[in-house]
Design a binder for this molecule. Structure first.
Ligand SMILES: Cc1cc2nc3c(=O)[nH]c(=O)nc-3n(C[C@H](O)[C@H](O)[C@H](O)COP(=O)(O)OP(=O)(O)OC[C@H]3O[C@@H](n4cnc5c(N)ncnc54)[C@H](O)[C@@H]3O)c2cc1C
Length: 470
């Protein structure tokens, strides 16, 4: 008989959270600690969503999305998780850029960027200050007409090299482009610039395990291998969720599944207003990614001077289309030293990430898909040789993931790495106005994506749910 992953689950909860990405986990934790009866269901066999990892023989553990996040994670984790989690958040000091326009290493904070922009790029100090202040002072209520490209042009006209320095990491961090509203850039960039780039010491597996422990302490009923197939509504309010083959009643539902999947598949468009559905149809998904995971032999090591995070490119200029192209010119290399997991086998690992289009991968047949993955690994090894000498001979394990991999494990349409584009935020926030007790918390709108954005969105939505349930 197949295992019943809902064995012992109750017939009714205050809240059902669908999906255990960082937003879903955080919402469940806050509502559980507030005393609500919370059921957290995850369709995959692991918690974490995109915040995930995988193990391979010889003691290799690869992190999928632990490349860097802003300092704000420390505060959010301390407030909404616990001090032990917050204490493991440590700075990444070696952020490097290497491209035909410049090569430099930076702690990636405002002080250093001010020096770089004035000394290295020759910009007036006053202009740099005005740029930082304008980015920092952006908020949700600003008019959103100006694009990020226009914002750069205002301060650094014609300076393609500066645009690359300022934009490349943010594009990797959340898929935003020069055509997106400037606010999406300003808020995320300022978050990073406040104190630089941070990581979680212990690895993603330890973070998710610590979060799971905290959920248990807060009496959240956590179930893996449990898929929400349908959210049932009645007279404009949520009523229950069909989980695997059971129907479980609830007063609130928070969906951490992709916004469009939530509306069109799990709920069904027939229960929404037509205008709302029209707006939802216009929400664009964000792009996806490819990654290559590589391990050095047990007794081999990466020179620490290689850095932690390297934005490398062979393209003459920064362009969104080039970043997404199958003909890869830009890669972000994350270098993992034994200090990433001090408690585990000492290993030196490398993960190469590139932004990617779903359409370039979805139509391949089995043979074409396999060949394309091999080509991706091969070209990545060639690119890596510049930074890790003789990488091709020294890498003892390599594996690739594609937009299809991300879609498979998280059910995100088109394998979207960062949820939806900016317009998704209004639609996500509008859900409870359409159906009482129905919320979405998960990557939308660039600002609310990435590890910090997802956690913070989980906080915002848990406050909304609390207000509804009180
Ligand atoms: C390759 C890559 C690298 C990244 N690097 C970074 C980085 O360095 N720094 C950073 O800050 N961010 C990074 N990100 C982004 C970051 O990982 C995500 O924005 C964040 O983790 C998303 O969290 P989320 O809460 O939106 O949900 P997700 O992680 O998208 O999780 C949604 C969850 O819902 C579950 N689910 C879906 N449908 C159902 C259903 N019907 N029933 C039950 N469960 C369901 C899924 O299985 C999944 O677990 C990266 C992302 C990718 C893909």
């Amino acid at each position: 008989m197949p295992k019943d992953f809902l064995a012992g689950a109750k017939d009714e909860y205050d809240v059902i959270v669908i999906g255990s990405g960082l937003a879903g986990l955080t919402t469940a934790n806050i509502l559980g600690s507030a005393g609500y009866q919370v059921l957290l269901i995850e369709q995959h066999y692991k918690l974490g969503g995109m915040a995930t990892w995988f193990k391979r023989p010889h003691g290799h553990v690869f992190d999928v999305s632990l490349h860097g996040f802003p300092f704000g994670m420390k505060k959010s984790c301390r407030r909404y998780w616990n001090q032990e989690i917050a204490d493991r958040i440590i700075p990444l000091l070696g952020v490097r850029f290497d491209n035909p326009q410049f090569s430099l290493t930076t702690p990636y904070d405002r002080e250093n960027f001010t020096e770089l922009l004035t000394r290295h790029f020759g910009v007036e100090h006053q202009t740099v200050t005005q740029f930082f202040d304008a980015a920092r002072n952006m908020n949700f209520y600003d008019e959103q007409q100006m694009t990020t490209g226009e914002f750069f042009e205002k301060f650094f006209p014609g300076r393609q090299d500066i645009i690359r320095l300022l934009m490349e990491p943010i594009t990797y961090a959340n898929g935003s482009t020069l055509e997106d509203p400037a606010i999406t850039y300003g808020i995320v960039f300022s978050n990073f610039m406040s104190k630089g780039v941070y990581t979680f010491q212990g690895g993603t597996d330890m973070l998710i395990e610590m979060m799971h422990d905290e959920l248990k302490r807060n009496n959240v009923d956590v179930r893996i291998n449990c898929s929400a197939n349908k959210i049932n509504t009645r007279r404009g309010a949520v009523q229950s969720v069909q989980v695997n083959d059971r129907t479980i009643r609830c007063r609130s539902v928070v969906s951490n599944a992709n916004l469009l999947t939530t509306i069109f598949k799990i709920v069904g468009e027939e229960v929404f207003d037509k205008d709302y559905i029209d707006e939802a149809r216009n929400v664009r998904l964000n792009n996806s990614s490819t990654q290559v995971y590589m391990a050095l032999g047990e007794n081999d090591s990466i020179d620490p001077a290689t850095g932690d995070l390297l934005f490398s490119s062979t393209a003459d200029r920064f362009e969104t289309d080039l970043l997404l192209s199958r003909d890869i010119t830009s890669r972000t290399f994350s270098f993992y030293y034994p200090s990433t997991r001090p408690h585990a086998n000492p290993r030196h690992l490398i993960v190469s990430s590139t932004n990617a289009n779903w359409d370039d991968w979805v139509h391949l047949d089995d043979e074409g898909y396999k060949a394309s993955k091999e080509e991706l690994i091969d070209t990545t090894l060639t690119a890596l040789e510049k930074y890790v000498p003789n990488a091709r001979e020294r890498i003892i394990f390599s594996e690739a993931s594609t937009p299809r991999t991300f879609a498979h494990y998280t059910q995100h349409q088109n394998g979207a790495s960062f949820g939806t584009k900016f317009e998704g935020l209004a639609v996500s926030r509008g859900l409870p106005e359409q159906i009482k007790g129905l919320y979405h918390a998960g990557s939308v709108g660039i600002i609310m994506s990435g590890w910090l954005g997802a956690i913070n969105y989980g906080v915002i939505v848990s406050n909304d749910v609390d207000a509804q349930l009180m």
